[in-house]
Design a protein around this ligand. Sequence first.
Ligand code: GUN
Ligand code: ZN
Length: 445
Amino acid sequence: MSTSTPPTETQGWRASLLWFPDSQIPQARHESDGLLVTAREADGIVRIQAIGPYRDLAAQHPDLPTTHWPGLCIAPGFVDLHIHYPQTDVIGSPADGLLPWLEHYTFPHEKQFSDPAYAHEVSAFFLDELMRHGVTTALCFATAHSESVDAFMAEAQKRRLRMVTGKVLQDRHSPDGLRDTDTALSLHQTEELIRRWHGVDRLGYAITPRFAPTSSDAQLHGAGEIAQQFPDVWIQSHVAENVDEIRWVQELFPQARSYLDVYDRAGLLRQRSVYAHCIYLDEADRHRMAEVGATAAVSPTSNLFLGSGFFDYLASDAAGLRYGLASDVGGGTSFSPFQTMHAAYTVARQNVGRPGISLAPEHLWWQHTAGAAAALDLDGQVGNLLPGCEADFVVLNPNATALLARRTAQTETLAEWLFAMIVLGDERLIAHTVVQGQSVSDNKP
Ligand code: GUN
Ligand code: ZN
């Protein structure tokens, strides 16, 4: 972690600006010479006070200590809707699909997170890597060990990040060392962790049943009861990712109408619940998720790598299902929001058996910033640069590589410019990541 000088009370940031005038609508605005004003408020959080053209705002803020980045662009910090920090060192493990990948690589690896020192080391690396890639908020899986949550929360708190995580609940079909051997204890630990961490600084807790096959009915229903007791905690899990997984769920829960229905019956489907993948949902599932305000975490690099399938954007839009983008590291192959947005575009072009669609670059960018924040119920707090948002942002350098410089210089519209960055971008495009008004990561070429 690299840190620079602590923030003063009120600061100005001058560069070009990219943001969403309405967090709910995927239409971006670009100001070629803009000013962002940030200040620490009474609760200790640094928030955006004003955004607009430099020529209009500068006069209203005389003597403002201002950082000027000519040629660079300030944009919202990215929000990752689904990622596993304990799988940082699992990225790129090949397997014949999800279930063998879990059995041969992921489950054995995750056993190590009972060791607090190891969990701290991986958390620290992971969070610094996220920031290097411009991701400032994530909904993140820990492992089945409470220690893995404590380590992650402590490292996120040290970095003053807004992060959400939770202890994984898995009391069956899991190896020794990862399985919750006492279901009641696993639920008790979840409650303890909520009380210890939820709402502390910018940290949040997510009740985290891994997926239906690795939880008993008792554990799922227990998790649903905790969710009822704590309506503002998040819920995260996986659903309808892979055809073998779905067959297994049908065998294990013959009474359920669908895979999604297993969670619904347990009280785990509601606002602030985020389900990764959502590939093999049917119309009733999509409508049900839309009705309760649940969210799909679209994870295209993971779905391509594991050969899981393709998220159906058209069917989701038709049902009014809320969604946003996720890396799903380590099934996913990259921390980079650019890689994820690029993969989402590619997936929508395929569109399973129907003519492909072309997602607009502003829409892709929104799915990974303001749209993802809205899906977490955090719109107006993160993922945008509107006044009142927390001061977490990235500074893009469109000249970071020779190819990016050539290509972006030849674009004529905002859409073309964003597309060039989505397709050609990697962490070199993130010149700085600013968290709470403090530069925390500088990618020097
Ligand atoms: N389903 C259950 N656990 C996992 C996991 O760790 N990764 C993915 N991609 N799917 C899962
Ligand atoms: Zn996942």
